[in-house]
Design a protein around this ligand. Structure first.
Ligand code: OGA
Ligand code: NI
Length: 299
């Protein structure tokens, strides 16, 4: 509990082993993901690179990422059966993996609650909204890149949501987190799951825990697989700092994080993902105070 607490307070990231998810299941997920990439995604990615002339760029590219991805949604309703080009076995295995990750995410949220002195179930409840949490998976491959200094695998960002569980390639590295203004590698560790905290945990803890900037550097050799699962609040969940974590002086100094509907935050995030999170929090605060002053008088 102490180690997790330190990680949450000072890193926003930690790496889990002995997480209880079977290594055999993870191996199957990895194998099927790599097969699917080669069969259905690789050619498409190469064509995109050719069309955009990305092989030969001479200056930094800031409007796209060197990644090949697709998304699966699990909660509130699975869309796995509607995703084209997936083998039945792959669909089945990803459903099973998602179910394990969902349980793990909820266990982790309760460990966070315990460390924060919040009642058990507080975070799960805070994420619930009317339909339960949003839970989805981004399946990515970062193909070998001839110009990794000019095009990022994934540009620096913090994650918007709650808690993120990442199953990354066991050999090809690339993930980095920002700590004290330095980029630090999150190296591959077989069968581990990397956990990181999103903006919503920062808001609910009123900044006790912070979402941390991270990015992916594509490698010149080797394709990196990453499967990131996002356990997020439900769209209509109202997110705000837990009252017991708000200190009086901070409140007086107006250092309080905002209160908002999660969906509204996501709409804002969509256009500002690769920018600092602080302006996002400020924008939500501005909206909140507009709501609080009531209707604007007209005529
Ligand atoms: C993300 C992310 C990291 C990775 O999708 O938000 O940070 O290793 N992914 O793919
Ligand atoms: Ni991320």
């Amino acid at each position: 509990m102490e180690i997790i607490k330190d990680a949450c307070e000072n890193w926003g990231f930690f790496e889990l082993i002995n997480h209880g998810i079977s290594h055999e299941l993870m191996d199957t997920v990895e194998r099927l993901t790599k097969e699917h990439y080669q069969k259905c995604m690789e050619q498409r990615f190469k064509e995109l690179v050719a069309t955009k002339g990305l092989e030969g760029v001479q200056t930094e590219v800031n409007d796209l990422d060197w990644e090949s991805t697709f998304f699966l949604r699990h909660l509130p309703q699975s869309n796995i059966s509607e995703i084209p080009d997936l083998q039945d076995e792959y669909r089945k295995v990803m459903k099973e993996f998602a179910l394990r990750l969902e349980k793990l995410a909820e266990e982790l949220l309760d460990l966070l609650c315990e460390n924060l002195g919040l009642e058990k179930g507080y975070l799960k409840k805070a994420f619930h909204g009317s339909k339960g949490p949003n839970f989805g998976t981004k399946v990515s491959n970062y193909p070998p890149c001839p110009k990794p200094d000019l095009i990022k695998g994934l540009r620096a960002h913090t994650d918007a949501g709650g808690i993120i569980l990442l199953f990354q390639d066991d050999k090809v590295s690339g993930l980095q987190l920002l700590k004290d203004d330095q980029w630090i590698d999150v190296p591959p560790m077989r069968h581990s799951i990397v956990i990181n905290l999103g903006d919503q945990i920062e808001v609910i803890t009123n900044g006790k825990y912070k979402s941390v900037m991270h990015r992916v550097i594509a490698q010149t050799n080797g394709n990196r697989m990453s499967i990131a699962s996002f356990y997020n609040p439900g769209s209509d969940a109202v997110i705000y700092p837990a009252p017991t974590l708000v200190e009086k002086e901070a409140d007086e100094n107006n250092n309080l994080y905002p209160k908002f509907v999660f969906e509204d935050y996501m709409k804002l995030y969509a256009g500002l993902k690769f920018q600092a999170k602080e302006p996002r929090f400020e924008a939500m605060k501005a909206i909140e105070s507009n709501v609080n002053v009531g209707p604007i008088a007209t005529a």
